[in-house]
Design a protein around this ligand. Sequence first.
Ligand code: GDP
Length: 300
Amino acid sequence: MAAFGSLSDRLTAALANLRTKGVLTASDVDGTVREIRRALLDADVNLDVVKAFTARVRERALGAEVNKALNPAQQVVQIVNEELIGILGGETRRLEFAKQPPTVIMLAGLQGAGKTTLAGKLAMWLEKEGHTPLLVACDLQRPNAVQQLQVVGEQAGATVFAPEPGNGVGNPVRVAKDAIRFARDKQHDVVVIDTAGRLGVDADLMKQAADIRRATDPDEVLFVIDAMIGQDAVATAKAFQDGVDFTGVVLTKLDGDARGGAALSVASVTGRPIVFASTGEKLTEFEPFHPDRMASRILD
Ligand code: GDP
């Protein structure tokens, strides 16, 4: 994945240096940990996450762990791999569905993060999984947002619920509630609510998202974060966690070549798992997120 290309190269190189050594000394381990630390920081991984990560790797690598099947260098690679899986959230987290349909999924995040595109991607993916999603246009701030959702809905072959002119315009809470009623009537088992985003975190936006959350009691609130926004990712995630609280994270634009490390820190900093990853503008460029597979890709 382009966003982690450089990180991947640097980590692999740091670990490759160990391969030539039969026995690892404390100074070998320290040297490698220093290189890992620099690679993570240069990739924009959050400083606190880097500190905790490298401390654990160092402690475990120097500790008494003995796995006779692996040479010392392989053991360090395994430790780094396990710790990477840890910061990426550990186990794969699957989407939670309501016992009593419809399942309500609310999308939140800054403008441009990729929420509307994600709504289309989710719709397509949900249909493939046998669901009948309804997309709901609650981004009533941005000109064209409703129309954009209608376009992605059409591409995904999903129904889009949008306010009728003069009926609920400007009131996203009402639109969301009407949409859930509509979904019950028309047998849509999943409702995906697209919400408004601003360019920066702002109190009105947060209140609106919190109001929608309160009114719809979603099964999932997915915080959508653009991996290209760099160091701001962590502060933005914390602001959304305080403002609306979310149940999972979706990383978008992992195909971009900006440093993606800050986005990788979001799961670790918020304690919320990454549920999906988005890797392009096309609706099919999207997949459930598997921490173990991502860690392997990074260390490949
Ligand atoms: P919203 O404001 O959060 O609804 O964001 P949009 O869904 O409108 O996305 C903003 C821009 O990012 C659009 O041009 C999308 O085509 C683009 N986009 C969304 N997801 C991705 C992705 O994973 N990769 C790339 N390269 N572009 C994306």
